[in-house]
Design a protein. Structure first.
Length: 432
């Protein structure tokens, strides 16, 4: 049942105050890349790392770094970029590490390194310290619905689904809402959207976990009513005529953070120079991927059998801001296309991570007493991002670890200096 926030403002602030500061945005970066390989000191401690990825467009910086030789350029020629079948598999392989035939780092849902570090999603609740090293993208996810709801013209306002969902629940067949991992970004986007429309994601519908590449197939056979996932799977749903895109997540929160590049903390501690080398390669790759002139080539690259095995036509348009929602709406120049570098997309703002943790507290994935600031300061290694950026000769680097207050489509404001006020403004939450 929905609860109005009754958390003590003073107690919440004491426990969860996140690093605050003024935003320092940079939209155009002039970089002077060093010729040849990594050239600091004696070079990286190792030339190898095993990195995981899921078949989602926001994995592009890792894939580009591999395909375009940026890892090799920066002294890491033996980096492997290995496909994972699900976020659960990504987690399990990170626990194993490459020494146990797993992986050292990954393209990952931003909340996952925190949940792993806290032992919330690992076997026997055993914490696995992780380090977030970079953001991989802003925007570019979608919330899609099945054809059965086509007459409702579902968009930003989820309340149009409320009666239909209530009828399904009363009939004993509650609507199934799919996301990719409990407490992950897609889970939080669809929860925010539903709750803003007066639909409780815990009691009014049934949430289920489906790996990103399996979303379209499951919608096709009718095992779900709606889902939230990254591209190209929303575009494929429309292309196959199975459903429509209700909204892109950038419409919920413009320029929102999404995936991160994270590694096991012990790998980072053991290989600090190699970590910076990886970051240099990924930063350079992110800039290449963000260039509109490279989007067609990027779509061809990602569509290869070794990576996504998807038609480039299902990848390219939405990366350019061309969005066919499948319900008659076609936007030719959406501002909510996926960003890899512009708008500080690559920099891992601590204030962004604080929002994810606050939302995971909201829905009971983390305790209400979680010290958000301490957790973010431990896991978020934006200092290494800065070191890599300086080594690349970047001329503009964010001056603050906070992007400041963020405003959502429904007028709610998250101020990292006052998360209690944000929670108090939300009608549906599990914090009592």
């Amino acid at each position: 049942m929905s609860d109005i926030v009754r958390l003590s403002r003073r107690r919440f602030l004491q426990n969860t105050a996140a690093t605050a500061g003024t935003a320092a945005l940079f939209s155009a970066v002039s970089a002077s890349f060093p010729g040849g390989v990594f050239a600091q000191g004696a070079g990286p401690e190792t030339t190898k790392a095993v990195l995981g990825f899921i078949a989602l467009t926001d994995a592009a910086p890792l894939i580009v770094a591999k395909e375009k030789g940026y890892f090799e350029k920066h002294g890491m020629p033996d980096v492997e970029v290995v496909k994972q079948s699900s976020w659960g598999t990504t987690r399990d392989n990170l626990v194993l590490g490459s020494d146990g035939s797993g992986i050292d780092g990954a393209h990952i849902l931003t909340p996952m390194p925190y949940l792993m570090s806290a032992g919330k999603i690992t076997q026997n609740s055993q914490p696995l310290p992780m380090a977030i090293l970079a953001r991989l993208n802003l925007d570019g996810q979608g919330i899609s619905i099945g054809k059965a709801y086509g007459d409702l013209k579902v968009g930003l306002d989820a309340s149009v689904l409320k009666d239909s969902f209530a009828q399904k629940k009363a009939a004993g067949t509650p609507a199934k809402i799919a996301m990719t991992f409990p407490g992950g970004t897609h889970d939080l986007w669809i929860r925010y959207w539903l709750a803003a429309g007066g639909i409780d994601p815990d009691t009014d519908v049934e949430t289920i976990v489906v790996p990103p590449p399996q979303m379209v197939a499951n919608m096709k056979v009718g095992t779900m009513d709606a889902f939230c996932v990254g591209e190209p799977w929303n575009a494929q749903l429309v292309e196959q005529g199975i459903g429509t895109t209700a909204l892109t997540t950038g419409e919920l929160w413009a320029k929102h953070p999404e995936k991160s590049f994270a590694m096991r903390a012990d790998w980072v501690e053991k290989n600090p120079k190699a970590t910076v080398a990886l970051l240099m390669a990924i930063q350079e790759a992110a800039q290449w991927a963000d260039d509109m002139a490279n989007k067609d080539e990027l779509a061809e690259l990602l569509g290869k059998r070794a990576w996504f095995n998807v038609k480039p036509a299902d990848i390219g348009p939405r990366m350019k801001g061309i969005i066919d929602y499948g319900d008659g709406r076609v936007v030719e120049a959406s501002p909510h296309f996926m960003k890899f570098w512009r708008d500080d997309a690559s920099y891992p703002f601590k204030s962004h991570d604080a929002w994810f943790l606050t939302e995971d507290m909201r829905w009971g994935k983390l305790e209400a007493t979680t010290d958000v600031k301490a957790m973010v300061d431990k896991v978020n290694r934006e200092d290494l991002w800065r070191e890599a950026a300086k080594a690349l000769g970047l001329s503009a680097i964010p001056a603050s670890t906070s992007r400041g207050p963020e405003t959502f489509f429904d007028g709610k404001v998250f101020d990292p200096a006052d998360p209690a006020a944000y929670l108090a403004s939300l009608a549906i939450t599990r914090i009592a």
